[in-house]
Design a protein around this ligand. Structure first.
Ligand code: SAH
Length: 474
């Protein structure tokens, strides 16, 4: 049944110092966590995408609310020293990267400060060192995975990204944050598939075949996997098409079809079949080898993952005697790192397939002291505790929403010597650190790591010890 449309009450915007579409000059004072410039016009806060702190800019008000508004950058009157020309010609239209206009060194400091601000504002944590963000020597071409929607125009297939706030596909030859092989594969798929009569999927009519091309590259091994996501089973001239594709790009070890016939924005469907080569490709991070299938989760920046998890391992300060819990373990990346130095590691993860991968990866590396369980961390770990189990070190690596309070409470009850908190969201990190601090833990230090250069994302690893334990003894 259709809901009756109710008219939105229009907010009373009288009394604001400017009106919609008005052009004003302001000074940008700060950068928001989304990477927007923040300035004030006669005391009224304006968010300006693309502007940097310290800049004098001319802007046009685009959207006004009672407390704050948004404005479009028209002209930079006095640029910041941190401003740089974005390397990608599609930067303005894509939206995949948010801060390419900021020098890389400034990006790293922006992220460090963001974490410090969150700790202070949300966590009421001050005086704890937030170290300089660990960046990349070369912050380009770092992603090992590309997922590209396919469309068509007169004479061929196109593939790239959706234009902002729409489902119009913009063709792209190169994405500077993805591995070159990804670009290469996609260029070949467009040509070879079109030649064999493959049509692109059309969302509106739910017709056509090729929806997405997904590529995965093992940085350490050079292995390449190509996944063709199709709206239906049958690929025209499948054998020739696949044989040509396998020849076109060096390193191809696996070509896989995933069938998705649903009307949905979700990329993958339920059926996956190998068309050519192997079901898995391989990559190594540190000393650990990982098997990667079409559907398995794998960290997208393997270079920085090694640094992030290396830090987690350092903070865990293992001697070989410890029992360690790795909550939210995914495919066991951290668990397997830890297992090399601990007596025993117990991983918990909610997605059954990820646990299958974790077990396979443990076996692949001959690691026998890591055990994995499927379930919610906030249910499984309290149950372990009830049974009388204890861990010396607990590592958590939760999704953006942070840890469930039941899990944090169990950590307080279990009293591990150390808690290592890996986080992809500084605000929930700050909230959870507050909870642990109130329960008797002390945050010793926080290390931001740049896993996603040119975007506003920042990963952190934080070390907590029990307040009674001397932080110096670690
Ligand atoms: N360290 C992992 C990645 C962690 S990402 C790795 O490198 O593989 C966060 C993980 O938490 C995801 O795999 C997600 O499936 C899992 N997850 C989300 N909610 C959960 C919950 N309540 N209990 C356990 N795992 C959960």
């Amino acid at each position: 049944m259709k809901k009756k449309q109710r008219k939105q009450p229009t907010a009373d915007l009288s009394g604001l110092p400017l009106t919609k579409n008005e052009t004003v000059e302001i000074t940008i004072e700060d950068i928001s966590h989304e990477g927007n410039g923040v300035g004030r016009y006669e005391g009224y806060t304006l968010f300006v995408p693309g502007a940097l702190a310290g800049e004098r800019v001319r802007v046009r008000a685009t959207k006004l609310k009672k407390q704050f508004g948004y404005a479009r950058l028209l002209e930079i009157l006095e640029p910041s020293l941190a401003r740089t020309e974005p390397s990608c010609p599609l930067y303005a239209r894509c939206g995949g990267c948010g801060i390419q206009h900021m020098e890389y060194a400034a990006q790293l400091e922006f992220k460090r400060k963001l974490v410090e601000d969150n700790l202070r504002r949300i966590g009421k944590i001050e005086g704890v060192p937030v170290h300089p963000t660990i960046g990349m020597e070369n912050p380009w071409r770092y992603r090992n995975k590309a997922q590209v929607p396919i469309g068509e125009q007169v004479g061929g297939l196109i593939g790239g990204f959706y234009a902002a706030r729409s489902h119009e596909i913009i063709d792209m030859e190169a994405c500077l944050i993805q591995h070159e092989t990804g670009d290469d594969v996609i260029a070949h798929v467009k040509k070879i598939a079109w030649k064999h009569g493959v049509r692109a999927y059309q969302e509106e009519t739910h017709t056509g075949l090729l929806r997405h091309v997904v590529t995965k590259v093992g940085f350490a091994t050079g292995d390449v996997m190509i996944v063709l996501v199709t709206n239906g089973d049958k690929i025209p001239n499948q054998d020739e098409l696949v044989a040509e594709l396998a020849q076109a790009v060096p390193g191809v070890k696996s070509i896989v079809q995933n069938v998705n016939t649903k009307r949905t924005n979700v990329i993958f469907g339920d059926v996956t079949r190998v068309l050519w080569g192997e079901e898995y490709i391989y990559d190594t991070i540190g000393d650990i080898t990982f098997a990667i299938s079409a559907r398995s989760f794998y960290q997208v920046n393997p270079v920085q993952t090694e640094r992030l998890y290396g830090k987690a391992l350092e903070y865990a300060a293992l001697t070989g005697e410890e029992s360690v819990i790795d909550a939210y373990c995914g495919i066991g990346t951290i668990s397997l790192f830890l297992a090399q130095k601990a007596k025993q590691v117990f991983g918990v993860e909610i997605v059954p397939d990820a646990i299958e991968d974790a077990k396979r990866n443990a076996q692949l590396n001959g690691i026998e002291n890591a055990t994995f369980a499927v379930g919610e961390a906030e249910v499984v770990i309290p149950a372990w505790y009830e049974e009388g189990n204890r861990a010396d070190v607990i590592v958590v690596d939760p999704p953006r929403k942070g840890c469930d309070e039941a899990l944090l409470q169990t950590i307080l009850d279990m009293k591990p010597d150390r808690v290592v908190y890996v986080s992809c969201n500084p605000s929930t990190l700050a909230r959870d650190l507050r909870f642990l601090e109130e329960g008797g833990y002390k945050t010793v230090e926080v290390q931001p790591v740049d896993m996603f250069p040119h975007t506003t994302h920042v990963e952190n690893v934080a070390l907590l010890v029990r307040s009674e334990t001397d932080a110096e003894t670690r």
